[in-house]
Design a protein around this ligand. Sequence first.
Ligand SMILES: NC(=O)c1ccc[n+]([C@@H]2O[C@H](COP(=O)([O-])OP(=O)(O)OC[C@H]3O[C@@H](n4cnc5c(N)ncnc54)[C@H](O)[C@@H]3O)[C@@H](O)[C@H]2O)c1
Length: 272
Amino acid sequence: MRIEGRIVMITGAARALGRSHALLFAREGADLLLVDSCGADGPYPLAERKQLEETAHSCRGLGSRVVTAVADVRDPEQVEAAVSAGIEEFERIDVLVNNAGLLAPGGVLSHQLTEEDWTKVLDVNINGTWRCCRFVLPHMVERRSGVIINTASTGGRVAFEMYSNYVASKHAVVGLTKALALEYGRFGIRVNSVSPSTVAADPGLDTASTADVARRLGSSLEEYERGSSSHHPLGRLVTAQEVSAACLWLAGEEAGGVTGTDLLVDGGFTAR
Ligand SMILES: NC(=O)c1ccc[n+]([C@@H]2O[C@H](COP(=O)([O-])OP(=O)(O)OC[C@H]3O[C@@H](n4cnc5c(N)ncnc54)[C@H](O)[C@@H]3O)[C@@H](O)[C@H]2O)c1
């Protein structure tokens, strides 16, 4: 039990990486505030309420106390209400994992993005990350303790073509992470980010984003995964569980000296 008794808030927890994080944190003894927009309009189908409840059910089965909250990270009132629901139940939030993110529309040159395409991705990926920090940090500052893990991407360290809104938003997440680490270290709060490369599809986690990227680039999921694997020195894609393990390590005491860093889980993709 590497994180026993800690209260962990995870956004985008209904499926995929968010579900994987929730399951690992539950297995390692955490209690959870699981947040998702559940069915909000997206450029591709986002998770449903049923999937958030499935994640919660599985975590309870692992012994975790779980509160779920439907909140869109683009909406300050909804984020504030979700944080309040967690504080009411648990009295504190020890760890915030900002995982909710959008990767869309994809496959278009930057000038072909509409104002809405640009704004929506920035609003979820960077503004939403800041917004969740904004409402959780006062509680952490009061307790002089806390850990924040933001989700960047290899797209936050290098650029991909045809996803300029995503690349800009994830570079911003890395910058925000460093700025928060500088500001909040004095309060005993550590802030880091994790940067996955393309994560292998996993039906047990209801993953959807890699399949959507493949579709937009005109490939099947299998073709896309095979092609992408060949760009990774490990010769394969990383798994959701490997990304969750990095988050768990960043959240725990073993990483007590680590703040302001971006931890790549990319199979060596950016080492070239
Ligand atoms: N999957 C990958 O290959 C990969 C690689 C690098 C980085 N990432 C990042 O990891 C994170 C999770 O990615 P994923 O592949 O699991 O995505 P996903 O689309 O499968 O899951 C994202 C979750 O966030 C929720 N969500 C979306 N918009 C929201 C909003 N406005 N408010 C609240 N919840 C919202 C969705 O409903 C969904 O449950 C994202 O930040 C993504 O950019 C993913």
